[in-house]
Design a protein around this ligand. Sequence first.
Ligand code: TYD
Length: 137
Amino acid sequence: MQVVKYMFQPHGDDRGQLIALEEFKDIPFSVKRVYYMYDTKEGVVRGKHAHKSLQQILICIHGSCKILLDNGFEKKVVPLEKPYEGLYVANDMWREMYDFSPDAVLMCLASDYYDESDYIRDYDEFLKMVHEKQEKG
Ligand code: TYD
């Protein structure tokens, strides 16, 4: 499984850092929604779902967390620890977010509006879908 991590270009000067993200330049899709999670309690695992068509970029803009990516065949754990790193999460990818530091702010840029019907929240259903898709080619 290929992990696609973006290193965004900070516009740093003696005042500090600034990162600007533009769709189709820094982000490979049109951004229709931004959401972020913070004040995540110790031991919590968020996510635990896949999306049928949504693409996302996850950026831990403060603190740190870990992202488990699982395409149904292989799993990878990606730490997010820097505000200039962005993790691309494709559709058909099971994701879990965990090990949040108390100060973590995880921001998600999404290619579409919130739509519950795009979610796959059952892991067995996810496995069935990706394995059937692979068999069909
Ligand atoms: P949830 O899907 O449980 O978050 P996670 O996948 O990170 O565990 O979402 C928590 C709540 O927020 C749930 O009631 C749905 C709502 N929500 C929105 O209204 N809009 C959104 O864009 C998202 C991601 C969630």
